[in-house]
Every structure is written in C-alpha cells, then in structure tokens.
Ligand binder design. Structure first.
Ligand SMILES: Nc1nc2c(c(=O)[nH]1)N[C@H]1C(S)=C(S)[C@@H](COP(=O)(O)OP(=O)(O)OC[C@H]3O[C@@H](n4cnc5c(=O)[nH]c(N)nc54)[C@H](O)[C@@H]3O)O[C@H]1N2
Ligand SMILES: Nc1nc2c(c(=O)[nH]1)N[C@H]1C(S)=C(S)[C@@H](COP(=O)(O)OP(=O)(O)OC[C@H]3O[C@@H](n4cnc5c(=O)[nH]c(N)nc54)[C@H](O)[C@@H]3O)O[C@H]1N2
Ligand code: SF4
Ligand SMILES: [Mo]
Length: 684
C-alpha cells in the first residue's frame, strides 16, 4: 500500500517539514515539504540518513538487562518490574532525591518532556543533562538581563553579528524562532544590503558569507565585548533615550568599562584596536542591528559572563525588541511539566544558585566523592553523557558509582554500554509528536506524524514512563498515559488538540509580533527594566557586572604547561552528523568517514605532518588518534578536532577524552569542551 506522510525531520532543532512516501510500511522516498514555513522544501544532507536510521540492523529492539554473564533479553513486563523494584527500593533507602534524570539536547519535545512528570511524582527535583554545555548558560545571561530570551529579527536588520555561532553549518539561526526558509536567511539579508559580521577564532563556513571576520583568540570574547561597550559609551554612541529610561546601572557600567579600552582588548584578544572601534561604531549606528549568540560561547569557563557582556551591548544600543534587533517573538502557550512540584532543593543549589537545574559537574562530583547524599539511580533518555561531557573516563567512573542506571535509546551507545537496564525507544519517525515555532507572523504548531510502525518491541518514552509509574503506584498524578494524551495535555493552553493538528498540520496560535512591548508592559524582570547591573549576581563571585577572565585551561593561564602541551585544542561539529549520532548510518558515513583534526600548515610542517596522516593528540587527561587536515582556516597554535565519535557502532575516537572536568564556568558548570591543552605526534 502506498501513502505519503507529512511529518517533521527530527534530526536537529530546525525541525524541517517533509513528505515521506511509504510503500508497504517501508520508506521509499523523502521530499522537503514546500508548504512548511521553516524549510520551504529544503532538506539538508542529514535527511539522507532517515531511512537508514529506521531500518538499521543495529537498532535496539527489546529491553536488555546487564548480568555478570553479559546482556540478557527481557520482556517489557520483566524490564518494567525490575525498574520499579529498584526505584522503590532506592527511594526507601536513600530518599526520592537520590534519583536523577539526565536528558540530552531537546531536538524533539519527547526529549524535552520525557520523565519530567515521573520526577515530580517520585519526588526528586534533580534534573541534569547537557544544560551546562548547551544553550542554558546563554539563557541564564539573557533571562537575568531582559527577563526573557530575545531572538534575531533578520527580516529588518541592517547589521548582523554571528558571535560564536556557525549557522551555515549547524542551521542554528536562532534558539526557538523560525524564519520563512532558514536556508534563505543570509541571501535575503545580503540582498537587502545588510552587513554580516562573524566573530569566531576559526574561519568557519559562515565566515565565507560575511563582510567582516573578527577572530579573537579563543575564549577571550568578553574582553572584545567590554571594549566595544567602552567605545559605545565613551564615543557617545549609545541610545540615550533607551538607556535613560530602561537600563539599570548605566553609571556603574560606564565606570566598569572605563579601563576596557580597545588597546587593552587588543592585548588580550589580538583583534586590532581599529577593528574593535569599527565594529562597535557599525553595531551602534546601524538601523536595526542584531547579535546571534551561539554554542561557541557556552563551553568555556567564562561563557556566562561573555553573554552578559553581549546583553550589555544590546541594551546600550537599544537594539532590544525593536525591528531588526533582538526581539521577543510570540510563542505558543504550552503546559510546563512536571505538574507536581517537589519543593525540594536540587543537587548543587549552593554552588550554582543562579542555574535553573543541576549542572552535570555537581552530580558527577558528588558521585565520585561518594558523598552520603549522592545520587543512587539515574534515568538517561535522548542523551549520551559518557561521550558529550568532559573527561570521558571520569564521567564513566561517576556513572558506574550509581546503584541503578537505566538508559532509553534507539541504538547501543557508549552510555548504554555501562547501563544496568537498556530500554528500546521508538524513533521520531515511529510515533506522533509536535513542534512549536515562533515567528514574526505569529507562533504556530506543526504536527509530526508517524511514518512507520515502531521497530522491534520499541516504545515511546511516554508509554514507558507511564507504565513504570503505574507499577510503582504513582499513576494517580499522571494527566496522560501515552504520547497522544501528553500532546493534548501540554497544548491545552493553546486550545489546539492532536486531532486539530492531524487535520491541519500547521496551526497559527498567536497574532504576529508586536515590537517594543516594554513601552506598555515593561521588561519581565523584577524592576521591569533591563538589569545589566544585576542584583542577583551581586552576592555571586562574578559580581553585578560581567568581567573578563582568561579561560581556566589555556596557555594564558598556565604558561608553565606550554612546554609539555604546546598547542591548544578545540572542537567542531561536522555538518553531516548531530553530536554523537548517525555515524553508523551508511549514507552519512560515506560523506564523512573519519574524525579529523584541522591544523595550520605552519604547525603541521614544523612537525612533519602531512595531509591525511594519522596523528595522536595527547592532553593531560588522555590521548586519541585522528586524521590530519591541513588548512589555513585555523590559526597557528590551535588545533580543531571533530566532536562526536566514540560509540560502539562507529570506529572513531572520542574528543571529550581530552577535555578537563576539573574546571568549569562558576555560574553554569559549563565544562571547557571548547578549549584544552594538548600536543600532537604524527603516526604515519
Ligand atoms: N550538523 C550539526 N548541526 C547541529 C548540531 C550538530 O551536532 N551537528 N548540534 C545542534 C546543537 S544541540 C547545537 S547547540 C547547535 C550549535 O550550533 P552553533 O551555535 O552554530 O555552535 P557550534 O557550531 O558548535 O560552534 C559555533 C562556532 O563557535 C566557534 N567558537 C569556539 N570557541 C569560540 C570562542 O571562544 N569565541 C567565539 N567567538 N567563537 C568560538 C567555533 O569555531 C564554531 O565555528 O547546532 C545544532 N545543529
Ligand atoms: N567537545 C564537545 N562536546 C560537546 C559539544 C561540542 O561541540 N564539543 N556539543 C555539546 C552540545 S551543544 C550538546 S547539545 C551535547 C549533546 O549531548 P546529547 O544530547 O547527550 O548527545 P546526542 O549525541 O545527541 O545524544 C542523543 C542520544 O539520543 C539517542 N536518540 C535518538 N533518537 C532518540 C529517540 O527517539 N528516543 C530516545 N530515547 N533516544 C534517542 C541517540 O541515539 C543518542 O544516543 O553535547 C555537548 N558536548
Ligand atoms: S537535520 Fe537537516 S533536514 Fe533535518 S531538521 Fe535539521 S536541517 Fe532540517
Ligand atoms: Mo547543543
């Protein structure tokens, strides 16, 4: 039987619309959906992997329990009974806070909401995952200053700064907003005559579309930003009316950046003084100027303060919620889970009071130190913590200190390998889901229809979650029993049901954007104003205004280590994969078979390394083997290594073996996954 299913690709956050042609329950062809506003028919190379993901022989097909003699297949009843028994026992012995949920990048809303209700009804506030590495560190800064997360308003911008972000490669043009046809954002901006600047230590794919490339030394962006603020204030380029009416602490800010001259910043960042002045002047005087911040800022030990400086620049120039600036787009109202609040304090609340959940280092260190209040059980879903967090060996050791580790995944991974119980999930293409998009034309919801039946005995996360809750006698506080009921429940505030979505596919649920909402409502901060000078940070070592600090592991902070580790290393995400996923899918492996290390010719030639050579990279934590790629896109002194290999189903080395987990950002617990000391040796 032939059918065409209109659905959404779940491979990355962009969530492109697609039409999947299915014959006798098998995917035959996938086309981009011309009517979906996000991609207007376009699909990236990764979509080639969808059929292969669904049909892969390597998929997890039934529950597996680890025993001394190896993995044993269980029925679902046996698996859920085992999980229920363990979790009840652990709660009785150690209290409900001893359970931790660890989730990954919320590329689907199942990933976002899975097991949240369970944590609430079990009684644990301990939510951890990749939030210390991705997005949340930047959100903390924006929420503190503006009370909400603004998004780039490309359609009206004359000046665009891509700062620590590589959207041409990652398609991350925003956090939650969407623009008609993401692949047309840059061409359309250029057509309108907008200037595009990229701030990135390496010549990224996005640099080739820019008018100006600013390349500070890695991890020094806050010095660059503070000196831009200095120029804007001391050259009287700031928006006097906005600052006077809406910004808290202008005088303190002015004093705070007095020393931060472009000359000072040049010494730190190596960006020429005149270039800093030019950038500050262009940004402050353009009609509609925006900054898109990216993940390149998160995984540094000074990441939150860097983004607080970016917020300062947005506020000083009044480029907030005005056309062409950073704007609060309407979003679709949705219910937040869990509905049951525990009222308890989360692990790490004392050390990380400004962070909204448990940063992974707090969980990891308590496991390694074996503190009496350490976690005893963990549920991992949509995540691969062993490969994505810093210092792989210590992450593994920490998780092995748990009494019970349950992992839900679709493939065997480096994390399922150390689990006690592995539960097979159905993939995004084997169940329904939805996606909410914000845009200047209003917020809308889109339906992700089921394309094929679940593989093997795999089940959706909500079904597994509810069945487990039921076995533990916790179901009375569950407002949903499966995926369909979850959708109806969380979408109630939008007055849209699953059936509405099924029938219409895309439904607008708010009016178009309104600019300068603050003039009527104020900002959603305690004072109603922009709080660049922050009362909440006053009692924190970081202080009420953001400052520059050198990254904690670098040649700048540890010159004594440069004899043994003469290079600095950073990481990148290849466009063919997402994090640790898809390297076992033949169509994508063919495009990009091995993990690479990019190196400047000067560094390569002085070490006798040639293109394609096998190279050993060694850091104070460990060593890995990668393939050398010689390129002038990388500055001398730095090597760039691909992140994401290391699963049992690929043959590559995991970069995070090399990264330090002894230092982190004091606000977010962000590990320095973007910066480590290393040396290299040619092997061939
Ligand atoms: N193909 C692909 N797409 C993806 C993903 C993927 O893994 N693969 N992951 C998805 C996810 S979860 C995320 S969070 C996004 C991330 O997407 P982006 O926000 O675009 O982040 P990255 O590509 O990780 O890094 C952006 C840039 O930051 C630069 N950078 C590193 N250190 C610094 C620094 O100190 N200063 C400055 N100014 N720049 C620096 C890097 O050189 C890089 O070019 O991508 C999403 N899309
Ligand atoms: N050095 C370095 N480290 C990094 C980064 C970097 O650029 N450099 N990037 C960081 C960033 S931005 C992020 S967001 C994190 C990502 O960290 P994670 O989100 O933990 O990484 P993923 O590889 O996306 O892991 C997702 C897992 O979910 C599984 N999965 C896929 N579909 C489903 C499903 O439908 N159901 C279930 N149950 N499981 C599913 C996949 O098989 C995979 O094992 O890594 C961070 N770590
Ligand atoms: S992986 Fe590619 S096709 Fe799929 S949602 Fe992301 S950008 Fe779209
Ligand atoms: Mo991410």
């Amino acid at each position: 039987m032939e059918k065409t299913v209109r659905s959404i690709c779940g491979f990355c956050h962009t969530s492109c619309g697609m039409k999947v042609h299915v014959h006798d329950g098998k995917i035959k062809r996938i086309d981009g959906d011309l009517d979906h506003p996000v991609n207007r028919g376009h699909l990236c190379v990764k979509a080639q992997g969808i059929k292969s993901l669904v049909e892969s022989e390597e998929r997890l097909k039934f529950p597996l329990k680890k025993t001394k003699g190896g993995w044993v297949r269980l029925s679902w009843d046996e698996a859920l009974d085992l999980a229920a028994e363990k979790l009840i026992e652990i709660r009785e012995k150690h209290g409900p806070e001893s359970l931790v949920r660890s989730s990954g990048a919320p590329v689907s809303y199942e990933a976002r909401d899975g097991f949240l209700q369970f944590m609430g009804v079990y009684g644990s506030p301990n939510l951890t995952g990749v939030s210390n590495l991705c997005h949340v560190p930047r959100s903390v800064a924006f929420m503190d200053a503006f009370g909400a997360r603004p998004e780039p308003d490309y359609e009206n911008a004359q000046f665009i700064i891509f700062w620590g972000v590589n959207p041409v490669n990652t398609t991350r043009f925003c956090s939650y907003a969407s623009y008609d046809g993401y692949h047309q954002i840059i061409p359309r901006a250029k057509e309108r005559g907008a200037k595009i600047v990229v701030v990135d230590p390496i010549r990224s794919e996005t640099v080739s579309f820019s008018d100006l490339w600013i390349h500070p030394k890695i991890g020094t962006d806050s010095a660059l930003g503070l000196s831009m603020a200095h120029t804007i204030i001391y050259e009287d380029l700031y928006d006097e009316e906005f600052v006077g009416q809406w910004m808290i602490g202008f005088e303190e800010t002015k004093r705070h950046v007095e020393h931060a001259t472009p000359e000072w910043a040049e010494r730190i960042t190596s960006v020429p003084t005149e270039q800093i002045r030019e950038l500050a002047r262009l940004y402050a005087t353009a009609q509609g100027a925006l900054i898109l911040d990216g993940n390149g800022l998160d995984m540094h030990t000074n990441g939150v303060d860097t983004v607080r400086v970016i917020c300062m620049l947005i506020a000083l120039t009044g480029n907030i919620d005005k056309p062409g600036g950073n704007v609060f787009f309407p979003f679709a109202p949705q219910r937040l889970l869990p509905t049951v609040k525990t009222g308890k304090r989360r692990i790490g609340w004392e050390e990380f009071p400004l962070f909204p959940n448990c940063p992974f280092p707090a969980v990891k260190e308590s496991l390694l130190r074996e503190t009496s209040d350490r976690p005893r059980a963990m549920i991992v879903h949509h995540s691969n913590p062993v490969l994505v967090q810093a210092n792989q060996e210590r992450t593994k050791r920490a998780l092995q200190n748990l009494e019970f580790l349950m992992v839900l995944d679709i493939f065997p991974t480096a994390t399922t390998e150390i689990a006690d119980l592995v539960l097979p999930s159905s993939s995004d293409f084997e169940r329904v889901d939805y996606r909410a998009y914000s845009s200047s034309r209003g917020a809308y919801l889109a339906f992700r229809d089921k394309v094929v039946e679940p593989v093997g005995e795999s089940r959706s996360v909500f079904e597994i979650e509810y069945e487990l809750a039921k076995r533990m006698g916790l179901e009375k506080d569950y407002p949903f029993r499966n995926t369909e009921e979850w959708i109806n429940f969380v979408l109630e505030p939008s007055h849209v049901t699953l059936n509405d979505l099924r029938n219409h596919h895309i439904i607008y649920v708010t009016p178009p954007v309104v600019y300068k909402k603050y003039q009527k409502e104020g900002f959603p901060t305690p004072t109603g104003k922009v709080e660049c000078y922050s009362e909440r940070f006053k009692n924190h070592p970081c202080g009420p205004l953001p400052s520059f600090h050198y990254p904690k592991e670098s040649h700048m902070t540890h010159p004594e280590l440069s004899k043994d580790y003469d290079l600095m290393g950073t990481s990148r995400k290849p466009s063919e994969f997402v994090h640790t996923k898809f390297r076992n899918l033949p169509p994508l492996c063919k495009l990009y078979p091995n993990p690479l290390m990019m190196i400047h010719p000067k560094e390569a030639f002085s070490r006798g390394i040639n293109q394609g050579d096998s190279v050993e990279v060694k850091s104070p934590r460990g060593r890995i083997q990668v393939e050398a790629r010689i390129t002038e896109n990388i500055p001398p002194g730095l090597v760039v290594i691909d992140f994401g290999w290391g699963n049992p189903t690929d043959r590559g080395a995991s970069l995070n073996i090399l990264v330090s987990d002894e230092v982190w950002d004091p606000i977010s617990g962000g590990y320095p996954n973007r910066l480590f000391l290393c040396n290299i040796k040619g092997l061939s």
